[in-house]
Design a protein around this ligand. Structure first.
Ligand code: HEC
Ligand code: HEC
Ligand code: HEC
Length: 451
């Protein structure tokens, strides 16, 4: 079968690297090269450039038929940082360093592996031949080669399957060990930068921009160390695709982090900021687990229901159709709230934030809000039925009115309905107000937890 590449951005990037485009097959390349190209269209590092978010590959200077070195990608991002065309993917919240997020550079790392040197391609390892009856097919499941070591045994004849697995896991274990050493070294650097930033701000009155300038070299070190750690961490083979290159990159990450700590120490000493260098950084606490109750306690249903309640208000337009609409909306709110209460009873609800008194207030307000959102439709429905009127739900079904009119019951129900309405709007205002208060004044996570 003749393979093709179809992604325009990839074809353009490969042409820049010296390959020739081909109208029918995307690139002029041998069948064996194609068995890499088809996968490399996606399994590479890329970024989105400029306002139009143009898909761009940072490895266009990677010479044809040569292994990629991590430093080529680094040099590329150095250049785009300097000329301002792409400065960073994100800014680190604690250190302020402009960071690059590496995606999944399988193609780049694999290119320096010894398997690539002897012509083994992505498809050779990840698409083993499988027998289906008398046919020999290529497995298209694209998963871990460890699930089917057939593709390896043509060369690794001497090793048993168990030995091959062991060889792979030896490589991966060593990668993880180096990866976590790099991680701890970078965490130590982050913690120390935080200390010095605070010292420069509190004791020297520098603003964040001025601190960025003073720490320029160190922040650059954070960027470079982290980019290396990310390059190997985001690559999906845990170093297997090119063990020695992965380990070299991780060793460099550790060295850069340590060197940056020393530079930081010198700056701190020069400026009279006290700093005891951290030996091994601490892993930050994992974020709070999302409570399953959040599925029901979340903002989108809140807003939907809020909007429905407001839409139910349009009875005051007076026409018969508006009234029927109002009644259907009212019932919809009832069903949604009833469903929500059932779900909350099932999952439990998220824990409120704040002091005990605030939690008590929040609890009472919610109780009142839930009761009212159930009572409003019920009293409205009762009033309608007591007047012997049918109540229609969007033409889907009708609840028949009482045979005998009961105007006393009607009056009681409609009075309750009107009073509840006022209370309902007050509670809604308090509810929205409290959410905004949590977000903008207390600056806690209540609002985020509602999403
Ligand atoms: C169009 C983009 C694209 C192309 C082309 C592509 N992949 Fe992928 N591949 C992905 C994405 C996206 C995932 C992650 C899927 C997920 O986790 O849901 C993935 C996942 C994988 C996985 C991991 C699967 C697992 O079980 O976790 C392997 C292995 C893989 N691809 C190998 C290949 C090989 C080999 C080729 C070429 C023959 C290839 N891919 C071509 C996009 C692509
Ligand atoms: C020498 C064989 C070999 C070659 C060539 C090879 N891989 Fe792999 N690949 C592996 C092994 C082994 C693993 C580790 C599998 C594991 O840990 O379960 C792996 C892991 C992966 C994973 C992660 C799979 C998972 O289950 O999470 C992806 C994605 C992947 N390779 C893509 C590629 C791409 C793309 C290429 C070509 C650029 C390529 N590989 C070339 C052997 C190979
Ligand atoms: C085309 C032949 C060929 C294929 C196919 C092949 N290998 Fe290899 N592999 C080699 C050679 C050659 C070496 C280097 C051996 C040496 O230096 O002793 C090697 C080395 C390795 C190493 C040692 C790690 C390293 O880089 O030093 C591992 C692990 C490995 N192969 C796993 C696999 C797995 C798993 C597969 C199948 C998914 C596979 N190989 C498929 C030829 C192959």
């Amino acid at each position: 079968m003749q393979l093709r590449v179809t992604r325009p951005a990839y074809i353009n990037a490969m042409v820049q690297r010296g390959y020739k485009a081909d109208e029918s097959f995307g690139l002029k390349a041998s069948q064996n090269e194609m068995r890499n190209h088809v996968c490399q269209q996606c399994h590479v590092e890329y970024y989105f450039r400029g306002k139009d978010k143009l898909l761009t590959y940072p490895w266009t200077e990677w010479p044809k038929n040569r292994p990629l070195k991590f430093e080529m990608i680094e040099a590329y991002y150095d250049r785009t940082q300097k000329d301002g065309s792409f400065k960073a993917d994100w800014r680190h919240k604690t250190t302020g360093a402009p960071m690059i997020k590496i995606q999944h550079p399988e193609a780049e790392l694999t290119s320096s592996g010894r398997h690539t040197r002897i012509g083994v391609t992505c498809a050779d390892c990840h698409m083993p031949k499988v027998k289906m009856g008398s046919d020999l097919l290529t497995d298209h499941n694209l998963d871990s080669p460890l699930n089917d070591l057939n593709s390896c045994s043509s060369c690794h004849k001497k090793e048993s399957a168990a030995q091959l697995r062991k060889m792979v896991s030896d490589v991966q274990r060593h990668t993880y060990s180096e990866l976590s050493k790099a991680e701890y070294a970078i965490l130590a650097l982050i913690g120390d930068i935080k200390e010095v930033r605070e010292g420069l701000e509190n004791d020297h009155g520098l603003n964040p921009d001025e601190i960025d300038k003073v720490l320029n070299k160190v922040l650059d070190g954070h960027r470079r160390a982290s980019m290396r750690w990310d390059f190997v961490g985001a690559e999906n083979s845990a170093g297997m695709h090119s063990p020695r290159e992965a380990w070299r990159i991780l060793k460099d990450a550790q060295q850069i982090a340590r060197k940056s700590q020393k530079q930081l120490k010198k700056i701190a000493d020069d400026r009279g900021v006290e700093l005891v260098l951290t030996g091994q950084g601490a892993i930050p606490a994992a974020p709070e687990q999302i409570h399953p109750g959040n599925i029901v306690g979340s903002m989108p249903p809140d807003m939907t229901i809020g909007a429905l309640v407001l839409m139910a208000y349009d009875q005051y337009f007076g026409s018969k159709r508006a009234l029927a609409w109002h009644q259907s909306m009212g019932m919809l709110v009832f069903f949604l709230y009833f469903g929500r209460i059932v779900l909350m009873a099932w999952f439990g609800k998220p824990e409120a934030l704040g002091t005990r008194f605030e939690k008590f207030l929040a609890h009472m307000a919610h109780l009142a809000l839930y009761s009212i959102l159930l009572l409003m439709p019920l009293t409205g429905l009762l009033a309608n039925l007591a007047r012997s009127r049918d109540t229609d739900f969007f033409g889907l079904f009708t609840i028949a009115g009482f045979d005998q009119r009961n105007m006393q019951l009607y009056q009681m129900a409609i009075d309750a309905h009107s009073w509840l309405e006022i209370v309902c709007y007050l509670l809604l205002a308090a509810h929205v107000g409290a959410a905004l208060w949590h977000h903008f004044v207390l600056k806690d996570d209540t609002m985020k937890r509602m999403w």
